[in-house]
Design a protein around this ligand. Sequence first.
Ligand SMILES: Cc1cc2nc3c(=O)[nH]c(=O)nc-3n(C[C@H](O)[C@H](O)[C@H](O)COP(=O)(O)OP(=O)(O)OC[C@H]3O[C@@H](n4cnc5c(N)ncnc54)[C@H](O)[C@@H]3O)c2cc1C
Length: 494
Amino acid sequence: MQLLTKITQNPWFLGMLVLLFTVVVLWNMPIEKRKYGLSQSNLTTDYTGLLPEKIQRVIQTKNRNELQEIVKEANTTGKKISIAGLQHSQGGHTYYKDGIVLDMKTFNKVLWVDAKKKTVRVESGATWEDVQEAIIPYGLALKVTQSQSIFTIGGSLSVNAHGRDIRFGSMASTVKEMTLLTPTGEIIELNRNDHEEWMKYVLGGYGLFGVILDVTLELTDNNVYTIQTKKLKTDEYEGYVRNILDSDMTAMHYARISVAPKSFLDEMYVIDYNETGKTDNKTLKKDQAIRLSKLALDAGRQGGLLEDLFWSSQKHYIQSLDGKEITRNNAMRSESTFMEYTKTDSVEVLQEFFIPVDSFEEYMSSLKELLPSNDKNEDFKIHNITVRYVKQDNKTSLNYAREDMFGLVVLIQHGVKQKNMDRAKEIIKKWTDLTSEHGGTYYLPYYPYQSQEQFNKSYPESASFRIEKRRRDPNEVFQNLFYENYLTSRGNVR
Ligand SMILES: Cc1cc2nc3c(=O)[nH]c(=O)nc-3n(C[C@H](O)[C@H](O)[C@H](O)COP(=O)(O)OP(=O)(O)OC[C@H]3O[C@@H](n4cnc5c(N)ncnc54)[C@H](O)[C@@H]3O)c2cc1C
């Protein structure tokens, strides 16, 4: 008995017990996927499930002539068409009431790779992962993508996505040519010399100017980078980024701002990817340590002290990456499975606010006054803020970066009862106004919390976007809930 007591009081024994407990918890932790998607019999939703709608028909085909016939027919019957990639957009951008949805996922061939010219031709339903697999043997990599590779090419180009690259500009500017099925049913080839106007509306055009069938994208070398990390105060960040932009050493960069109570909006860490002079043509990583990352994120989701602990563990983890090497392709395929959120009484949504580089410091001070530092007992919780550098863009009409900006990507959780939705709307609208006061804008692929007035202010070119839409799609064949909400008089976000 005495021996047993002695063993159980031994720190090694207790340590082993904790380790065993952690292994059992991790082993049994379900990695569920959120249920969403296109359906003819049930209600259709996108990733958040917040805007369920009945649609008429889903069409999946590999045949472009079949797509062409559907568009021509809709011009005479008055049917409405939407286009869906992987539906990670969150504001009903991929479907419309009683409409037809073109599900582009089967339209996914990589058509050719030109290693000499560093270009790839790919169908629009392919994912960045498909492209990376096709180009890696040539030692090539993408110029601009999101930080994950799970999205389709068509869906990414239609929102003009951005990521960790800080040199190549907007995603739209990496498109050399494309084949477009126009709203009136013609199949046309577009290139940069003759068709800048078409491209300006199709890229970042949210599926409202026809179907992108395939595109030629510019590529670059799959360089190997050294990861460099640093802890900063938010008021040091502006200067830090100016320095890395002035040197040629850093190719990619992102940062994270603390949302933990003790260091709220005060501490940051930055991650730079610095040139080594080496290239790689073989390694594509897969999702790793999913359960451990999920356990840490779930702890952070509790708020309060656990969120402080989560922030500390993130800082340690990031520090442990310092000096390690990573390829360009791998820096563009971060883990995503651990972020899946499957609760039904609440939702996790994204919002992104863009703020001119010069205004970052004052903006962060004002933001501290707007948001509570400890949201443990609030329904509206902020779980993460990541920062990207977004270069000025002049290639798209609905342009969120009219000058060089920082994009603050915010992961938010809130309840789905009407009162919770109303509260979330109220906070996000105030946040959008604050961003606007500092010369900033917000990103459009997400849930429509913002008002019509806020949309018009952030996107002054939306007036000409509307006019062009009606000129190039006279029967308004291509529709979705985003279009209805913000670009017609039928919208309900006033
Ligand atoms: C977890 C997560 C992380 C994200 N990270 C980033 C990020 O790092 N950077 C960033 O910029 N964005 C990011 N986003 C937003 C993301 O880039 C967009 O939601 C993108 O549209 C998703 O691609 P998708 O294939 O799911 O497109 P979908 O949601 O299916 O479609 C988006 C839009 O594109 C249109 N579309 C789709 N295919 C075509 C086509 N072939 N022709 C014409 N129009 C088409 C649709 O009609 C719709 O309007 C993120 C989103 C999530 C959920």
